[in-house]
Design a binder for this molecule. Structure first.
Ligand SMILES: [Zn+2]
Length: 241
């Protein structure tokens, strides 16, 4: 049950990790779209400028015939020349923004292909995680039911001790002993305690974390345990590994 709850706690993190690439590419599409809008707006502004400028130049041209003196005529030609120069400046800017618009449109197209891929990948991963969540929930409720059934038959004082330990030790009230180590706190326990746990004839607690210790194999007789202890001078008591 503790393992399942642990896995369940990790699922939202996994989902968030799976969603990160999709979020990133979605943000890129939004950024590019904003750039495209602003470039399009700039281009339109310059196009309007050009229209206004052209109608003004047209008026200037029609006035040419109304001019009386050569001096006036020359001055007016100069104005028209300046106006033409301004026109080509505006046209150049329009070209610059047209290029930008095209560049952003292509960028958006590429990003949208990537976004579709990221979306597909995320959808697959989410479905996988959802299925895992459902499986874990079913498994947990099954175990909770079994736990209830077994708890009925357990001595009240012992059950209270177990429940208290479970709450204090992140759902793990029990710990197997492996290689002389309590697997709850991963500390080396005394060879005497290991031997007692291996005999499995009493309920014993880890001297460090208080978890109830158990031996995973068959109970081991006194003689075998003693021999085993003598062969194993590996760790100091309480050493963390
Ligand atoms: Zn321990």
């Amino acid at each position: 049950m503790a393992e399942i709850k642990d896995q369940q706690r990790k699922l939202p993190v996994l989902l968030e990790t799976a969603q990160a690439p999709l979020n990133e590419i979605t943000r890129q599409v939004a950024d590019l779209t904003a750039l495209l809008e602003s470039a399009t707006k700039e281009r339109r502004t310059f196009e309007k400028d050009l229209e206004a400028h052209e109608s003004q130049t047209e008026k200037m041209r029609t006035r040419l015939s109304e001019l009386k003196t050569n001096k006036e005529y020359q001055a007016h030609l100069f104005e028209i020349e300046m106006a033409n120069k301004k026109k080509s400046d505006i046209e150049e800017r329009i070209l610059v923004y047209m290029e930008k618009v095209e560049q952003h449109q292509n960028g958006i197209k590429d990003a949208q292909v990537k976004k579709a891929e990221a979306d597909q990948q995320f959808t697959g991963e989410k479905a996988r995680l959802d299925a895992q969540q459902a499986e874990l929930t079913a498994e947990l409720s099954e175990l909770e039911q079994k736990h209830k059934e077994i708890a009925v038959g357990v001595e009240k004082i012992l059950l209270a001790r177990y429940t208290k330990l479970k709450a204090a030790r992140r759902d793990q009230a029990l710990a197997p002993v492996r290689n002389g180590i309590c697997f709850g706190c991963k500390l080396q326990i005394s060879p005497q305690l290991v031997a007692q746990v291996k005999r499995s004839d009493a309920l014993l607690s880890c001297s460090f974390c208080n978890r109830l210790l158990y031996w995973e194999g068959e109970p081991v007789s006194e003689a075998v345990v003693s021999a085993g202890v003598k062969q194993r001078p590996e760790y100091d008591e309480g050493e963390s590994i």
